[in-house]
Write a protein that binds this ligand. Structure first.
Ligand code: IDP
Ligand code: MG
Length: 184
């Protein structure tokens, strides 16, 4: 039974007392974060990863650069397909390489939303990534899964299908390596 429970990702981090009884189910989560093309082009990716590493209290378990296809972008932003800015959003998200990441930790979905700051940088709190790196609501530097149940898992599956998630020892160095390769 214990082995079976360990297979369920939502039960990872589950503790047990010395008698073997389950005493807690922690809220271990994965979230999908991506540095958007325009922030990549400004050369801000590594500095943004530094903020994530410092403030998120989580582990980066996957990272890659890729230019999202129209199909991928439309699937990713499916819930917004009736918005007037949808066309512009898809064009922007597919305009060049992004740095896609999966971060894992306790309550990481909501924590990442906090560290990112408000969607519109005009409303973003001091010290947040969008306050520091966004230029406008359409050019707001970073994507992060929302806290709707199932959203983060859906995005992780869309962007990192069939991946094994292993902690990256130095996410800043990894971002440096990947963004240099993408720019070359
Ligand atoms: P989020 O990225 O903070 O989760 P969403 O509402 O999910 O915000 O919107 C997705 C993205 O669409 C935003 O990050 C932003 O770049 C863009 N967006 C949202 N609202 C507007 C708008 O009113 N005009 C232009 N772009 C928008
Ligand atoms: Mg959103």
């Amino acid at each position: 039974l214990f082995i079976f429970l360990n297979e369920l990702s939502w039960l990872r981090g589950m503790g047990s007392d010395p008698t073997g009884c389950i005493i807690s189910v922690m809220n271990m989560q994965k979230t999908f974060l991506a540095i958007k093309p325009k922030a990549m082009q400004r050369g801000d990716a590594v500095d943004i990863v530094k903020v994530l590493e410092k403030s998120l209290g989580a582990e980066c378990v996957a990272m890659k650069t890729y230019t999202p296809s129209k199909e991928l972008a439309e699937k990713h932003y499916e819930a917004l397909n009736d918005k007037p800015f949808f066309g512009e959003l898809i064009e922007s998200f597919t305009s060049g390489p992004i740095l896609g990441m999966v971060w894992q930790g306790e309550n990481v979905v909501a924590k990442a939303r906090e560290v990112m700051g408000a969607t519109n940088p005009a409303d973003a709190a001091e010290g947040t990534i969008r306050k520091l790196f966004a230029k406008s609501i359409g050019d707001n530097a970073i994507h992060g899964s929302d806290t709707e149940p199932g959203s983060a898992q859906r995005e992780v599956e869309i962007h990192f299908p069939a991946s094994d998630f292993t902690p990256i020892a130095d996410p800043v160095a990894e971002a440096q390596k990947l963004t240099q390769a993408a720019a070359a």
